[in-house]
Design a protein. Structure first.
Length: 94
């Protein structure tokens, strides 16, 4: 677990944890991880970045929209887990 200050950007926190992450073919991330340095660090590990470019980028870096849609499924899974855990805690209090 890594706790960072609230003002720290997503890509900086992710860069701190990059060495602890398991090897993967693709990393799917949102625009908060779209920085060039983070993409370069992933490429050095042999990991493809499926991250949409930030809106302010003049020349967008392409990503695979079909792979990026999987991110939504993963986020929904975590939302369900959080909802289940909250219900479980509230039932224990009864």
């Amino acid at each position: 677990m890594l706790l960072t200050e609230g003002q720290m950007s997503d890509h900086r926190g992710a860069a701190l944890m990059l060495g602890a992450l398991p090897r993967a073919r693709v990393l799917i991330g949102d625009r908060g991880y779209a920085r060039r340095g983070f993409r370069d660090a992933l490429a050095a590990r042999g990991t493809d970045a499926c991250i949409p470019s930030s809106r302010s980028r003049k020349i967008p870096i392409p990503h695979d929209p079909a792979v990026y849609r999987r991110r939504h499924r993963i986020e929904n899974l975590f939302a369900r887990l959080k909802d289940w855990a909250a219900r479980d805690v509230s039932q224990q209090q009864i």
